[in-house]
Design a binder for this molecule. Structure first.
Ligand SMILES: [Zn+2]
Length: 239
């Protein structure tokens, strides 16, 4: 069909529009961030059923009209994340993950690592709600930074390259800094540094635990990196 294409996407946000429609904010594998209108979706007998709610992973057929929004012409569920919706903490973490993608990725450029990361995060929170802790959410955000191209330098001083005495973090410098370069940095304990390194290296499901103090510093390092390099301010990850 001319003007139509297939895309797989996560529904990030769904907003009521008019009497029966919804405007969807989608993160798609094929085209990055896109917006679409689902017509008649709020009618009881809508052919879309409940498939276009936030957190659904769906296979869509979209029609490209003249405006900025595509029109959804078909939708199939790839993953409903049904158990996620019944558990408060996992639901809150999943909503936070979608919000971070919404804020950080606003262009219609495909970024497959970001799409896969969000799919993995939602599937993990759906399958293992006990994983829904602060460390896991921080691991997700750190990997999101990597996918966005803003991952901080963690192996050596971001200012001078020194590999020892790395006791600070400076978003302006671009990562960890040594004692000689610590101006403008905040203290980063060894435990927080180790957490950042391990969370980045390991799969999402294996993000390590760490003391609250270390997680607090890791949170600050991630948040300040986002603010400094992406100009995006996200709420801190709840303990
Ligand atoms: Zn240095």
């Amino acid at each position: 069909m001319p003007g139509s294409f297939k895309a797989e996407a996560i529904v990030l946000r769904s907003i009521r529009d008019g009497e029966a429609d919804r405007i969807l904010h989608l993160y798609s594998r094929e085209r990055g961030r896109i917006g679409a209108v689902a017509k008649g979706v709020r009618r009881p007998k809508s052919r879309f059923g409940g498939r276009l709610e936030p957190l659904f992973r769906v296979a869509l057929v979209l029609h490209e009209g003249r405006g900025e929004l595509y029109t959804v012409t078909a939708a199939q569920t790839v993953h409903a994340h049904a158990s996620l919706r019944e558990r408060g903490p996992a639901l809150a973490r999943a909503t936070e993950a979608c919000e971070a993608v919404l804020r950080l990725f606003d262009s219609a450029e495909p970024n497959v690592p970001t799409y896969n990361l969000l799919c993995h995060e939602l599937a993990l929170l759906d399958a293992s709600p006990e994983a829904a802790g602060r460390a896991q959410s921080l691991g997700f955000r750190l990997k999101l930074l990597l996918a966005a191209g803003f991952v901080p330098e963690l192996g050596s001083c971001a200012s001078c390259g020194e590999r020892e005495h790395l006791g600070g973090f400076s978003a302006g410098a671009g990562g960890v800094v040594c004692a000689a370069c610590e101006a403008g940095s905040f203290p980063l304990d060894a435990a927080a540094h180790e957490f950042l390194v391990a969370a980045l290296a390991r799969p999402l499901a294996e993000v390590p635990k760490a003391p609250e103090r270390a997680l607090g510093q890791a949170d600050r390092a991630i948040a300040e990196t986002l603010e400094h390099h992406a100009h995006v301010r996200l709420g801190r990850v709840a303990a």
